[in-house]
Design a protein around this ligand. Structure first.
Ligand code: SF4
Ligand code: SF4
Length: 132
């Protein structure tokens, strides 16, 4: 998380971004059949031994989907969980395929925009340094 992780969440700004993408988000959440077919096309899902937390649908439902369902009312702790999903469990490679046409990378990119607006983003400095 950024150094600004004590600042209050600007929910008006979060809602403003959510509103810009409301129709797409609502449709994706409604259309998703939870069939898990998208999982097969995500390399991160495979390299993490098919951990369900790496399924593309799981990632969009628990990031943008969560923000949408809670109407942006998510605190810093909630944002920390979303940060983990959108910055560390997805690289926006756009390789995931949904037979129902849900653009999952776009959903995750919107969630990243919302995170950025609250200064919640991945920091390379948080990575452990290799032992010398
Ligand atoms: S995003 Fe598409 S492929 Fe993935 S679970 Fe939902 S409907 Fe199935
Ligand atoms: S865009 Fe994200 S969810 Fe889709 S295949 Fe790439 S890493 Fe997986």
């Amino acid at each position: 998380m950024s150094s600004n992780d004590q600042a209050p969440i600007n929910q008006d700004e979060v809602r403003r971004i959510l509103d810009q993408h409301k129709d797409k988000t609502k449709t994706a959440l409604r259309v998703c059949a939870h069939c898990s077919l998208c999982a097969d096309s995500c390399f991160l899902y495979h390299v993490h031994d098919k951990d369900p937390r790496y399924m593309p649908s799981h990632k969009f439902i628990n990031s943008l989907g969560k923000l949408y369902k809670k109407k942006g009312k998510i605190d810093r702790a909630g944002f920390k969980e979303i940060e983990e999903i959108v910055w560390r469990r997805c690289v926006l490679c756009t390789r995931c395929y949904c037979p129902l046409g849900i653009d999952i990378p776009e959903m995750i990119a919107i969630a990243r925009d919302i995170c950025r607006s609250q200064e919640v983003f991945f920091q390379w400095s948080e990575l452990e340094q290799p032992a010398e």
